[in-house]
Design a protein around this ligand. Structure first.
Ligand code: FAD
Length: 425
């Protein structure tokens, strides 16, 4: 397993979470229909889906549920991919996947409602402000494509966007009213509580160290015991190790940092007054949402990781000041980080073997809602639905060229992306 530094600070979301979950350690040898490796949103929603189809499921999580990206995310619920609009998605991944993606936010908020998950869910919409007139024209066209798909989307002009976000730093953009934001840690823990309540067996602090296949059964060797099952779902995302040799080399794991200000107090009413979440059109993305206590939660990446806990707040304060000058002096109270699985084509990939192992990987920073939708595809994949009938067609593992070099140096592309962003301005 690819572990992360133990001293990485715990996300703000943990201290705000009203959802709690704990599990018994794995002990001895067990049997199930499906073993799921990874207790993030992908693993837990897939476990719920399989359980609903009558399969017995055991989830094995190396640390605690929500310890990965799921508990560390910004919490924006976005039913769209970063780089591609509906037309391009239909062309590259097919109509069934586009329909699945379109339903992703409904699925996430549906789980919140069905299981009463206390995660400060706000379905207030998602905005994409454009940082240049050219980008504004491009996202306007994108909004029209989403409207044609039946999505509750709309292009916004400069004034409308300024009123919605509380800053005139942008040239318009578009909104998707199906989106919103959640406390992602509380959502993940709530999923674990719901899954356990439905009969899914979950073991935390249980890193799977080996997966072997013999006589029609997979055996997951983990701390404390083993679980054998004819089907396995790997939901290890950017923390993927070598359980499926080659999978790790299909992605580039990128560290993304999060920063939360002190609560805004009276100023809160002026920033995102409608309480939407937003991510802009830059390649080096700028984004923010408020938490339930009125903090701005934003984030970014650093080309050099050294002294991140002091450099990141400086970066974010500078950006907040460009967004609205009085925000530059706002103290940053929390900083944490997490790992995102990036793919070269910026698309999610589904992989399966003939003997019952399946995974999807490559959220590219937009995986909260997508993971809830992909649960159906992963469940189909391990319930022997043929490739041609899956909403996302499986592909063979494709190694990122020069993977060891690229995964170590990928972040060095940031200055180049920032230069491109500024050149457009
Ligand atoms: C800083 C940050 C901000 C983000 N912001 C957003 C956002 O605003 N909106 C959005 O849509 N997406 C966002 N994302 C992406 C989103 O968080 C992820 O796509 C999503 O949470 C992935 O869920 P997952 O279950 O696939 O992976 P994870 O939550 O990473 O779960 C994988 C789990 O597998 C476990 N694991 C790994 N190896 C083993 C093993 N050998 N044995 C047992 N368990 C193992 C890990 O401990 C981990 O808990 C963000 C990501 C980061 C890091």
């Amino acid at each position: 397993m690819n572990s992360w530094p133990a001293d990485r600070p715990s996300p703000l979301w943990r201290s705000l979470s009203r959802e709690r979950f704990s599990s018994a350690p794995l002990s001895g040898n067990h049997r199930a229909d499906v073993v799921v490796v990874g207790g993030g949103i992908a693993g837990l929603t897939t476990a719920l889906e399989l359980n609903a189809r009558g399969r017995s499921v055991v989830v094995l999580e190396a640390a605690s549920v929500g310890a990965g990206a799921s508990g560390r995310a910004n919490g924006q619920v976005i039913a769209a991919l970063t780089r591609y609009g509906p037309d391009a998605i239909r062309q590259t991944l097919g109509k069934p996947f586009l329909e699945l993606l379109s339903s992703a936010a409904d699925r996430l908020f549906g789980l919140v409602d069905r299981y009463g998950i206390n995660c400060d869910a706000q379905r207030t919409g998602w905005l994409q402000p454009a940082h240049t007139p050219r980008r504004a024209a491009r996202v306007k066209a994108m909004a029209a494509q989403w409207v044609a798909c039946g999505a509750p989307a709309r292009a916004l002009d400069r004034e409308e966007m300024a009123a919605r976000i509380g800053s005139d730093a942008y040239c318009g953009g578009w909104e998707h009213r199906g989106g919103g934001h959640i406390n992602p840690y509380a959502f993940t823990v709530g999923l674990a509580r719901a899954a356990a309540g439905e009969g899914v067996v979950i073991h935390e602090n249980c890193p799977v160290t080996a997966l072997t296949f013999k006589d029609g059964l997979w055996r997951a060797d983990a701390m404390g015991g083993t679980v054998s099952a004819p089907r396995v779902v790997l939901a290890t995302a950017a923390h993927t190790g070598d359980l499926w040799p080659g999978l790790r080399r299909t992605i580039v794991p990128v560290t993304s940092y999060q920063a939360a200000t002190v609560p805004l107090g009276a100023m809160a009413a002026a920033i995102l007054p409608g309480d939407e979440a937003f991510s802009d059109t830059r390649q080096d993305l700028r984004y923010m949402r408020k938490d339930r206590e009125g903090r701005i939660v934003s984030g970014g990446a650093l080309a050099l990781q050294v002294a991140a806990s002091t450099r990141l707040p400086r970066l974010i304060s500078g950006r907040l000041g460009q967004f609205r000058p009085e925000l530059a002096a706002l103290p940053i109270e929390h900083v944490w980080g997490g790992r995102i699985a990036m793919t070269v084509d910026r698309l999610p990939h589904l992989h399966r073997t003939e003997n019952g192992l399946a995974t999807w990987i490559g959220c590219n920073g937009r995986g909260l809602a997508l993971a809830c939708a992909m649960a159906q595809v992963l469940a189909d994949a391990v319930c022997d639905v043929p490739d041609a009938e899956l909403a996302l067609r499986p592909t063979p593992l494709a190694t990122v060229p020069l993977h060891p070099f690229v995964s170590r140096t990928a972040r060095m592309i940031l200055p180049w992306l920032r230069w491109q962003d500024s050149r457009e301005v």
